[in-house]
Design a protein around this ligand. Structure first.
Ligand code: MTE
Length: 316
């Protein structure tokens, strides 16, 4: 069980080949096939992303400066973590089978009125484009132009009660396409959570598009969350429920390996993962290695959220 749990993205990619050789053939195929097969499949198989669409094009918000070159869409759309489709990076062809319509999000828990919101209502919220850095806990990173809206808009729609202190995001379970769900040792559904203050922070984002297109399913279409200052596993994909709670939730990776993946998971180059350094990261596309930054470089927006919380495990 322990060995199984350590497969996949829990292995930093810099160590993927040696680890794969140690733990066996399946993991080796996963790591290798994902890296080398994706470009070939891209030529013959389905398109990697929907066509550009004016409805998913929005004015860029200049407050969020990329400070890096934008990652090529091909890289961002063919190198993914989406465990419901499998524990390797090449899940994008399989993800095309996840129906994107109809789609609803349940609003539940400590709210004035529990209800379902259709994707059409979500898409009516005025959108902006933000170019944001995403830093995976595995030590790779990308910079992507996302279309969507501040998460505070979602809070406004949901009207949580004053007793709500946390938000839980639950992601889709579509058994016909998501063969990874058969891996029964994972605590499905994939859920993530944050405090109300984090969700209300202006940097927290709800994305419905990227590169001026509808969000491809492999990147979390039709709607995902983004916490750019936290490790990427906090940014749940294909959201189906938003739940408001009084108690701090235990999310997917924390339940699986709580000593390695905690609730806060803020990016910090000085706090290594128990099994690898977080000091640098590899940029998708160029493979350049660059220093990792505290809060992924977004401290000016979010550092204040954590004053007085030094006793918490803020960095893992
Ligand atoms: N959301 C779901 N539902 N399932 C997942 O496996 N992986 C997470 C996160 N959201 C994941 C998920 C991890 S580990 C990362 S790094 C990011 O998605 C990757 O997002 P990307 O594929 O768009 O780069």
């Amino acid at each position: 069980m322990l060995i199984r749990r350590r497969r996949g993205w829990e292995t930093p990619e810099a160590h993927a080949t040696p680890e794969a050789l140690v733990v066996g053939r399946r993991a080796a195929l996963g790591a290798g096939a994902a890296l080398f097969a994706a470009p070939a499949l891209a030529q013959q198989g389905p398109p990697i992303a929907p066509a550009p669409d004016p409805a998913f094009t929005a004015m860029r918000n200049p407050r969020f400066r990329p400070e890096r070159d934008i990652t090529a869409m091909r890289e961002a759309a063919t190198y993914n973590n989406y465990y419901e489709f499998g524990s390797h990076k090449g899940i994008w062809p399989a993800a095309q089978r996840l129906p994107q319509r109809p789609w609803t999000i349940r609003i539940e828990g400590l709210v004035e009125r529990e209800r379902e919101i259709g994707i059409e209502e979500i898409l009516r919220i005025p959108a902006e484009e933000r170019v944001l850095r995403l830093r995976c806990v595995e030590a790779w990173a990308m910079t992507v132009p996302w279309t969507g809206f501040a998460m505070s808009e979602l809070l406004r729609l949901a009207s949580p009660l004053s007793s709500a202190r946390y938000v839980v995001f639950e992601t889709a379970m579509h058994r016909p396409s998501m063969t990874g769900l058969r891996q029964s040792w994972y605590p499905w559904p994939y859920t993530e959570g944050c405090t109300i203050a984090e969700a209300a922070n202006e940097l927290a984002f709800v994305a419905t598009g990227m590169y001026g297109r509808p969000l491809p399913p492999q990147n979390g279409g039709p709607v995902r969350i983004l916490f750019p200052w936290k490790y990427g596993f906090k940014s749940g994909k294909s959201i189906v429920a938003v739940r408001f709670a009084a108690e701090r939730p235990v999310s997917f990776w924390e339940r699986l390996q709580g000593n390695e993946y905690g609730f806060w998971a803020n990016v910090n180059p000085e706090v290594p993962h128990p099994r690898w350094s977080q000091a640098t990261e590899r940029l998708l596309g160029t493979n350049e290695r660059v220093p990792t930054r505290l809060f992924n470089g977004y401290g000016e927006f979010v550092a204040g959220l954590y004053t007085g919380l030094q006793h918490e495990r803020l960095w893992a």
